[in-house]
Design a protein around this ligand. Structure first.
Ligand SMILES: Cc1cc2nc3c(=O)[nH]c(=O)nc-3n(C[C@H](O)[C@H](O)[C@H](O)COP(=O)(O)O)c2cc1C
Length: 339
């Protein structure tokens, strides 16, 4: 998988997720075999650049190359400027967000709302590509509404603008996250353009990864929600694609070790106050479905210090180890039955 001059080690990509795919999480996914990761979206609004959230999102210190910074906005001039800023800040790839369905973003006519205005899409693509000397990628959806799924036109225009790779989430803005991701249009895009296409949406198991690659003919796949609390999904998918064998789920000791290491990275990155709070959702994801996890989470949410938080996590896992608890993934098979 190639993005401009960057040859990725494989075709498994971490989807950008605001509030989730910060530097510690991207690093962890890359450790487990993801070939590439895209940052959380960053607004092109300069006035917000120095706020705390933006500074965390723009922190790429020590990140494994290539570093991809995602920008969101609707003004071509501001988007071009934001791209230059991110490159000066260390980005080696700039990714344009035209997929976010959030009201906060769409009300400003950014994210997936842009798909309603193809002229503006073209202006933004041209402006950003011309602003920087690094590859520019685009992440988008099938269209804004289901009656007007214009991804084929958008994809061709992206290719013409010099976009280096195109990631498509197989839903429209109208769908938000409802229903299932649809792949046939992604397959059509792949057939009609000559830049790498990345398929995204509902990939949550090694089998589904293979299925989507086969159905779409895409060059790569992008995984978001299924990696929450399961960063080793990249190892599982990589192994399955290479060998056809399903790896056993990690044992509880490995989950404990990975989670505690993840927590340490979060504490170091965000500091005591935010570190403790941001870690909570990750702990909830890692422990989902495990024995006694509802009660554990209720208690864990009350803890206000990082030291104590790591301690209760550690104790909970020790208890699971004593009980011989195991992780199980049954959803993969169930999900495939829908096809
Ligand atoms: C919590 C959350 C935050 C997201 N933030 C972004 C974002 O910042 N930029 C973006 O392009 N997409 C964002 N997305 C969309 C994902 O990148 C991805 O397209 C979507 O979740 C579908 O993939 P999945 O089914 O593998 O999760 C976000 C999704 C979630 C669930």
């Amino acid at each position: 998988m190639q993005i401009g001059s960057y040859h990725l080690k494989n075709n498994l990509i971490v989807a950008p997720m605001a509030g989730v795919t910060d530097r510690p999480f991207r690093t962890l996914c890359k450790y487990f075999g993801a070939g590439h990761a895209v940052s959380e979206m960053m607004t092109s609004d300069q006035t917000l650049r120095m706020n705390k959230k933006s500074l965390y999102r723009a922190n790429f210190d020590g990140e494994i190359a290539p570093i991809s910074a995602q920008i969101a906005g609707s003004d071509p001039i501001k988007m071009a400027e934001a791209a230059r800023y991110q490159v000066a800040n260390g980005a080696q790839i700039v990714d344009i967000n035209m997929g976010c369905p959030a009201k906060k973003v769409c009300n400003k006519l950014a994210g997936s709302a842009l798909l309603q205005n193809e002229d503006l899409v073209a202006q933004i693509l041209d402006a950003v590509v011309n602003a920087v000397n690094v590859p520019v990628t685009l992440k988008t959806r099938l269209g804004f509404c289901n009656a007007e799924q214009n991804i084929l036109r958008v994809a061709k225009r992206a290719e013409q603008a010099g976009i280096a790779a195109l990631a498509i989430h197989g839903r429209t803005r109208e769908d938000m996250y409802t229903g299932s991701a649809r792949y046939p249009l992604i397959a059509q895009v792949k057939q009609q353009i000559n830049i790498p296409v990345i398929a995204n949406g509902d990939i949550d198991s090694p089998q589904k990864a293979k299925f989507v690659l086969e159905q779409t003919g895409a060059d790569a796949i992008m995984i978001g929600r299924a990696a929450q609390g399961r960063p080793w999904i990249f190892r599982e998918i990589g192994h399955f694609l290479a060998t056809g064998q399903i790896l056993p789920a990690p044992d509880i000791l490995e989950v404990k070790t990975v989670l505690l290491e993840h927590l340490n990275e979060l504490y170091e990155f965000y500091g005591e106050y935010s570190g403790c709070r941001i870690a909570r959702k990750h702990i909830a994801w890692y422990t989902k479905g495990l024995r006694g996890s509802n009660e554990f989470r209720q208690a864990m949410y009350q803890v206000e210090s990082t030291h104590k938080q790591a301690q209760v996590v550690s104790q909970y896992f020790d208890q699971l180890l004593e009980q011989g608890e195991r992780l199980q993934y049954s959803e993969a098979v169930n999900l495939l039955q829908g096809y």
